[in-house]
Write a protein that binds this ligand. Structure first.
Ligand code: GLN
Length: 536
């Protein structure tokens, strides 16, 4: 039977509940347990796919094509696994299922209520995600006291009531603020937050206290008494130099003892490899600087998976990756040389819409003509194709129909139909720019023999990477591009998945998002190779 750990948050948001959950999962996983994770988002959106990056940061895409919360990315990166649509759900999805069932007569004429119907749907989804695992870590988004969190709290309470005591554990992540004027750490917010939790019927078995200052022993004791938990289950969580250090910090705090006692098990994590990688992140041997060209630079969270993937690659070559953030609109005004000259390599990430595109094209031209390592991801590949067509093939009006629907030379175009992951025909139109028509999730590709792509990935026939885009490189121009020195190095059922340049040190564009499959322990091959080239 699966053991459940429910992680709730108190006092305020942004306390690092996701990293706390992922760190606990990592410790269990490194102890040989079969672990999975679930993120519950109490907002009403069905998924974050149509939310602006301003609202939500990155949309993380799972292998099976679900657009999910960015915490799922952290989970995969920490526990080195592949999650699915099942591992994240929202209030929107829960109500959608309940209402659909009601319309279909599935409730046999009953009055549909939050308790039991909505709560039952939540429990079903939690149990579905637990199937086949020894541990399921469930992180509830939001903070105790939020109105929209109540049905989920009730589901947690009921599961705890239904299962044997040693099968569920509640961990509450709170803040212990330091008031500098008084020179004191304050426990009151945590006490109130735990009181609120208990009012709903949940007494936590452990509290994880985010704090800027070390917690003195007496203060931990005070928290234990006032929150009615064991003395050894008040865990200090100070700020860490790297998020990947948190599992080790938790182990030093003795987090394993109360967990083992609670579940009545014995665990011995092997953190050797993990520790070496973290050491490389914190005390690296060398430094590499990468020009990261994008347009949401005030919103670095929207590139979360990519910045983490660079850290993973750096950890594997013992190098710190400095990211030099380059605003593409600044490049439009100041020129690429001004903005990029101090960098070892250029990266153009994915993006949507026309703003900033001309600056990205300039950055690409700069990398191409100066033999600087270049990696273009999704839009970054599409623009590399356009730049090459314009400046090498002489097709001055080469464009993407995303920016000019009437483009005479649509190097990047909209295919009318494509087969989705299940082989069903999907029709793409201009009229519905949001949702529904994107190519999402994992698709296979074959690297061309002898290409840089193959050198990075290996000799297998097929590899899989995840997608999130609407437009494709136009095969009509394939011959002309290849004649002029651009190699189509990766293909998938006739779709162009990767390009590179023959006469360049290292210039690669990929239509997929390699950052979604990068984990600390298993970095993504093409990003690792890019970082190696930058370090040369
Ligand atoms: N806007 C481009 C498309 O929809 C690229 C998307 C992306 O970079 N993720 O195809």
């Amino acid at each position: 039977m699966t053991k459940f750990i429910f992680v709730t948050g108190g006092v305020l948001s942004s306390l690092g509940k996701g990293i706390t959950s992922a760190s606990i999962a990592t410790i269990l996983k490194q102890s040989g347990q079969k672990v999975s994770m679930l993120k519950i988002d109490p907002y009403l959106n069905v998924d974050p796919g149509t939310m602006s990056p301003l609202e939500h940061g990155e949309v993380f895409v799972t292998a099976d094509g679900a657009e999910t919360d960015l915490d799922l990315g952290n989970y995969e990166r920490f526990i080195d696994t592949t999650l699915s649509a099942q591992n994240n759900f929202t209030t929107g999805q829960v109500y959608q299922s309940v209402i659909k069932r009601e319309r279909e007569g599935g409730y046999l004429g009953k009055t549909i209520q939050v308790i039991p119907h909505v709560v039952d749907e939540i429990k079903d989804r939690i149990f579905a995600a637990a199937k086949g695992y020894e541990f399921l870590i469930v992180e509830l988004g939001g903070t105790v006291g939020d109105i929209e969190g109540l049905p989920f709290m009730e589901a947690i309470r009921e599961i705890r009531h239904e299962l044997p005591k040693t099968n569920t554990m509640n961990i509450h992540v709170t803040l212990v603020p330091y008031i500098s004027a008084a020179g004191e750490l304050k426990t009151k917010p945590t006490q109130h937050s735990v009181q609120e939790l208990r009012r709903i019927g949940i007494t936590p078995h452990m509290i994880v206290c985010r704090t800027e200052k070390p917690l003195p022993k007496e203060l931990k004791k005070k928290l234990a008494i006032s929150c009615d938990i064991d003395n050894n289950a008040v865990i200090e969580a100070g700020d860490a130099q790297s998020i990947y250090q948190v599992p080790m910090n938790f182990l030093k705090e003795g987090i394993l003892t109360p967990i083992c006692e609670h579940f009545n098990i014995n665990l011995k994590p092997n953190m050797e490899k993990w520790e070496t990688l973290v050491k490389h992140i914190i005390l690296p041997q060398e430094e590499v600087t990468i020009a990261f060209v994008g347009k949401y630079l005030d919103l670095k969270e929207s590139y979360k998976s990519l910045t983490e993937a660079l850290i993973h690659a750096g950890a594997h070559i013992n190098a710190k990756i400095n990211i030099h953030w380059c605003d593409s609109e600044r490049i439009e005004d100041a020129g690429a040389y001004e903005v990029i000259q101090t960098c070892d390599a250029v990266l153009v990430a994915g993006g949507f819409g026309h703003r900033g595109v001309e600056g990205k094209l300039k950055a690409i031209e700069y990398a191409r003509t100066n033999n600087i390592p270049y990696l273009g991801i999704c839009l970054g590949m599409q623009l590399a194709v356009i730049e090459y067509a314009r400046n090498v093939l002489g097709i001055e009006d080469a464009n993407s129909v995303e920016f000019d629907p009437e483009a005479k030379n649509p190097l990047i175009y909209l295919i009318d139909e494509f087969l989705d992951q299940s082989g069903n025909k999907q029709v793409r139109t201009h009229e519905s720019p949001m949702g529904g028509t994107m190519r999402l999730g994992e698709y296979p590709f074959t690297p061309k023999k002898g290409s840089k792509l193959q050198k990075a990935y290996g000799d297998k026939e097929t590899y899989y990477e995840r997608h999130r885009h609407r437009y494709e490189a136009n095969p009509k121009y394939k011959e002309a591009l290849e004649k002029a020195g651009m190699i189509i190095s990766g293909e998938s059922h006739g779709l162009i998945e990767a390009v590179e340049l023959k006469d360049h040190k290292w210039f690669v564009g990929v239509q997929f998002h390699p950052e979604f499959t990068s984990h600390l322990e298993t970095p993504n091959p093409i990003i690792l190779e890019f970082v190696k080239q930058a370090a040369k």
